[in-house]
Design a protein around this ligand. Structure first.
Ligand code: PLP
Length: 404
């Protein structure tokens, strides 16, 4: 893996902020986009732009073919059985809202339960919470220990309360914990309970095989895996997607319409009402091809080294407290330093050119669990370097000295 060749594909990284070279460590929020992805979207708007599925003319057919090809590429990437198991959405949040709404209309009855965990992003919490509250039901929450590891004994007990669905993050966006999702899916399936995996933080870092995981649904965002914003996906097993009712209504998702009655289109179109973001879907396909062009095992090992180095070097700082110390961690490190507000630290290192995220990271219950207002979070991508890790750690050390 030649890091310089890779970095050359990300011109945005090659800039100065406040007179310092940019060190971009906010990849869990969104990754930068390689030239090939930007070019693909540009190419679409320059030469191929057209509404899809509805036209008999050349451009429309070409755009339709390209869009459906992108769906197949994404399906292969996550090892789905068929391309119709992949629904294009705006991203993880929309995919989860789609599922919560469809479950509400088909599966959920008064007083039912949904199971999530204590580490969820608001996107995998609030849609379920709001939905279940409308039915006077209950949200079951798997607790975690002080290291940010889920309590699987408790999970087993909560499954006995027969939730209608389980929805869990593959990797925590605050703690970096890699949850044992395969095992958790197996446990839920023993009781016939379907499982959603929130893959927002895993898909860019690890190869995903939905058949091997045996998850019923897998949701993700393109913009966190080098693709454009406004595109993402929902994978669902065919049997589930067939069963669930549509989420939004309008053009494209219908079969026949009269004033009395509407019948719905086949999969996956039933879940894609209205004109989709075709250009972004093509950009997502190119991002997938970009990842496929690399040795993903090597990328995984490289990113693990970046993380390990950051953790080891940060550990030297007096008063540092890591938030999330699970053995299985990936992609990011979160921490606070005694007596220093995360926001102040983040603001000062920004002036040194280092971009990290501070705050609750859309996971307020995690902050409450640890009794903190927020953390500083550094998250890594395949274009980051060991030198950047050093610049980051030195910036944190200097900022801590200034703020004490
Ligand atoms: N789930 C997790 C674990 C996340 O990290 C995020 C975003 O940070 C989301 C869901 C929401 O993703 P999006 O805003 O792309 O819909």
């Amino acid at each position: 893996m030649d890091i310089n060749t890779i970095r050359n594909q990300f011109p945005v990284l090659d800039q100065q902020v406040y007179g310092k070279p940019l060190v971009y460590l906010d990849n869990a929020a969104t990754t930068q986009k390689p030239l090939c992805v930007i070019e693909r979207e540009r190419e679409y708007y320059l030469h191929e732009n057209c509404n899809i599925h509805r036209g008999v003319h050349y451009l429309s057919q070409k755009a339709t073919e390209a869009y459906e090809h992108a769906r197949q590429t994404v399906a292969d990437f996550i090892h789905a059985k068929e391309s119709r198991e992949v629904v294009f959405t705006r991203g993880t949040t929309e995919s989860l809202n789609l599922l919560a709404t469809s479950f509400e209309h088909h599966i959920i009855n008064e007083g039912d339960k949904v199971l999530v965990t204590a580490i969820e992003h608001h996107s995998n919490l609030v849609p379920w919470q709001q939905m279940i509250q409308r039915h006077h039901g209950k949200l079951l929450v798997v607790p975690m220990d002080d290291n940010g590891v889920l309590d699987l004994d408790c999970y087993e007990e909560l499954l006995k309360e027969s939730p209608k669905i389980v929805s869990i993050a593959h990797i925590s966006n605050v703690l970096g914990t890699v949850n044992p999702v395969k095992e958790m899916i197996g446990m839920a399936h023993q009781s016939g309970i379907p499982v959603v995996i929130d893959g927002a933080q895993s898909i860019a870092h690890h190869a995903i095989d939905v058949q091997d995981l045996d998850c019923d649904f897998f949701v993700f965002s393109g913009h966190k895996m080098y693709a454009p914003m406004g595109i993402g996906g929902l994978y669902g097993k065919t049997e589930w997607l067939k069963k669930l009712p549509p989420y939004q209504f309008g053009g494209e998702m219908v079969d026949t319409v009269s004033f009395e009655k509407t019948t719905f289109n086949v999969l996956p179109f039933k879940f894609e009402a209205g004109t989709p973001n075709v250009g972004a879907a093509l950009g997502l396909e190119t991002a997938v091809q970009f990842l496929q062009s690399l040795d993903r095992g090597e990328v995984e090992r490289y990113e693990a080294q970046l993380l390990l180095s950051a953790i080891q070097k940060l550990s030297e700082i007096e008063g540092i407290r890591f938030i999330g110390e699970a053995e299985q961690r990936s992609g990011l490190v979160s921490f606070i330093i005694d007596g220093i507000h995360p926001y102040d630290l983040g603001t000062i290192i920004d002036k040194m050119g280092v971009a990290v995220r501070t705050g609750h990271h859309c996971a307020e219950p995690v902050m409450t669990r640890f009794g903190i207002p927020g953390t500083v979070r550094a998250s890594f991508a395949l274009y980051n370097t060991m030198e950047e890790v050093d610049i980051f750690v030195n910036a944190v050390k200097r900022a801590a000295m200034m703020l004490r």
